[in-house]
Design a protein around this ligand. Structure first.
Ligand SMILES: Cc1cc2nc3c(=O)[nH]c(=O)nc-3n(C[C@H](O)[C@H](O)[C@H](O)COP(=O)(O)OP(=O)(O)OC[C@H]3O[C@@H](n4cnc5c(N)ncnc54)[C@H](O)[C@@H]3O)c2cc1C
Length: 325
């Protein structure tokens, strides 16, 4: 590993000035869990490293109106936050499963999103939670929807010298929930072979207790979905996002359109899974083959939507019938 200068600025302005001084050859480093791997693999050779860890302005987590998270907040701090666990659950699902505890204690969500790997675990939750990426640059701050931030593998919409300041998400009502399912080859630390996130807002035109009973009784999925149909459980709004099925994390917009405003049923969820699978372009890789990823999109899309509905209807229950899905 070569040697290079390491700077620890304490403000965004100072960090950007150091980047300018380096002639754009410097590299920002947050937790370093992607950067250091690339340096060791000799895929990255920075002029200097500019650490973002001492910048207090990147370390905020504000839940007073919607959710605002600084780019320097670690996965573990996000996963442990009560409000995120209850109201932005997909994000808690994802951040609690990134790497190991040691990685989660140092790695940041900003780094995960700026590195822009198709497998980045926090990308799909941020897509379904309608996050905006706030960036600081020479000419002040600007923000873009996260969907426009990802340009391709390891390519994002940052201009030279810009720093991601944080992420902003709106508040959602109590009939809204979210989930992220990370599908891996093994239960221990692994990057996802596939990731699917969903955010759903429901309306029950029939009997709420009937729907709740269906989830508590758990005989089989067909029974649950039949009861949802009988009680007219309507999907009022929905977002579905998929990771590792295209060069960049993506929304399944056609599937969303086909589900919005309709009563949830077995036939419909089957159809939604098929549509989502038709929207993605997975490829073969060391972690899984394209046909398997595509097939699993169908399964995980249905599973993620049902998990969200369960979370909305039974917010205080911890029993989840995962073994049945
Ligand atoms: C053992 C191991 C296991 C892992 N497991 C997972 C996993 O399960 N899921 C997963 O998604 N990832 C995983 N990763 C990858 C990595 O941990 C995550 O992507 C992590 O979130 C990166 O954050 P960081 O703070 O360490 O980023 P860094 O390595 O510091 O930076 C990553 C990139 O982002 C840029 N950057 C960082 N912050 C900013 C900012 N505020 N503004 C502009 N640019 C910025 C850096 O210049 C760099 O290009 C794993 C890595 C390791 C080593």
């Amino acid at each position: 590993m070569g040697s290079f200068e390491y700077y620890k600025p304490e403000s965004i302005a100072e960090a950007m000035a150091l980047m300018e001084e380096s002639g754009g050859k410097g590299v920002y480093i947050a937790g370093g869990t992607d950067v250091m791997v690339l340096i060791r693999q000799r895929k990255l050779s920075p002029g200097c490293l500019i650490s973002l860890r001492n910048i207090g302005d990147l370390a905020y987590l504000d839940t007073s109106s919607g959710l605002a998270i600084g780019s320097g907040v670690t996965h573990n701090a996000i996963a442990k936050n009560d409000i995120i666990q209850t109201k932005y659950t997909a994000l808690a699902d994802a951040t609690s499963k990134v790497g190991s505890l040691q990685i989660r204690n140092i790695a940041t969500m900003g780094g995960n999103i700026c590195n822009a790997a198709p497998s980045a675990d926090t990308a799909c939750p941020l897509l379904v939670l309608d996050a905006r990426v706030v960036m600081a640059g020479k000419n002040g701050e600007r923000s873009v929807p996260i969907d426009e931030f990802f340009l391709g593998p390891n390519r994002v919409a940052l201009r030279p010298g810009e720093i991601v300041k944080g992420f902003e998400m709106p508040a959602f009502n109590e009939r809204t929930g979210s989930a992220y399912i990370k599908h891996t080859r093994r239960q221990a630390m692994d990057l996802p072979m596939l990731g699917v996130a969903a955010r759903v807002t429901i309306r029950i035109d029939g009997d709420q207790i009937g729907c709740r009973d269906a989830l508590c009784g758990i005989e089989n999925i067909s029974d649950i979905l039949k009861r949802f149909e009988d009680e007219k459980l309507v999907c009022e709004d929905v977002r579905i996002a998929m990771g590792v099925v295209a060069p960049r994390p993506m929304r399944a917009k056609k599937a969303e359109g086909a589900l919005k405003g309709r009563v949830i049923s077995e036939v419909l969820l089957q159809e939604i899974g098929e549509i989502a699978a038709s929207e993605c372009q997975p490829r073969d890789s060391i972690r899984g083959e394209a046909w398997y990823r595509r097939d699993m999109v169908k399964v995980l899309t249905k599973r993620a939507i049902l998990r969200v509905v369960d979370r909305i209807i039974r917010p205080d229950d911890t029993i989840w019938p995962e073994r049945l899905w």
